[in-house]
Design a protein around this ligand. Sequence first.
Ligand code: KG4
Ligand code: ZN
Length: 342
Amino acid sequence: MKHYNDIYILGIESSCDETAAAVVKNGREIVGNVVLSQIDIHRLYGGVVPEIASRNHVEVVDKVVKAALEEANLSLSDINAVAVTYGAGLVGALLVGVSYAKGLCQAANLPLLAVNHIEGHICANYLTYPDLTPPYVCLLASGGHTAIVNVIDYDVYDVVCSTVDDAVGEAFDKVARVLGLPYPGGPQIDRLSQTGENVYPFHSVVTSNGNFSYSGLKTAVINLLHNAEQRGETLNKADVAKSFTVAAIDGPVDRLRGEAERNGARTVAVAGGVGANGYLRARMAEFERDGLRVCLPKLALCGDNAAMIASRGYYMFVKKEFSDLALNACPTLKLRGEKPHR
Ligand code: KG4
Ligand code: ZN
């Protein structure tokens, strides 16, 4: 039963290789959530093929939206607004969700909310912890972004530091490829590393000015494997996976801790696909012993989904931050507060 002052946002997400739709009540409660992954299709090519991703989004977006409404037991007339990811992501893939959302808003006379995908990832925390409110410090760890962000308010962010080259998830995927593991590499390395030891001490990914750099770590793993191959040795892949994981995760986790101490934050959170990583979650849990509140999104909400987009949309809805139907996709959209590297 819909209460007259409840706000239901329909979220739509199609920025990469997941077609997703969800209905979220009052920004915090998931009432319908459908994620259709294209991983099996892209695995054949070792990574996401943009054109194939767009075409698949076109084929299923309508079905996915209807399934989310059905799961919520609601119809379009119960929905207050449509929130759609308009960036960052693959332009063709984004355009499918944006065009579909615009059509829906036009047809059903609903307001449109243009959501930044990264801001959506941060909101996965509100769906997991209904009492969580800003301020807190967030480690953003996804396939396209790596940053420490002070979340000052729902729409005010201060990016403390970020990667100068590859993102952490990208590094996981590339290292997985050289280890001969299938796409997407992050979960594969996570699984393999659980039986490995940290025997190869790689350099920290934290640069001298406190940002992150993953290209050196990736090269170090490649060199380690090539040198062993030339000597006719076979390395234990689980040990390589574990040593890489420790180097990839320790830097951002330690920077997060440092930032929380510096600004006196009592709460830290994680956002993005790499937030599902077992080692990262274990390291974050250590902070609880020191009295910090640690927020880790539910595993199913770490990767791309539309519930997080609907949650972000809710906070735009209450501020009446509506978009017009001229909305376009913005593949290189930045997080508010993100500064260029000096
Ligand atoms: O946040 P996300 O779905 O995409 C972006 O918005 O960029 O993150 C996807 C990334 C991929 O690089 C994937 O390999 C990585 O998250 N990932 C993981 C794990 N699960 C997904 N990396 C490490 N450990 C995992 N368990
Ligand atoms: Zn994402």
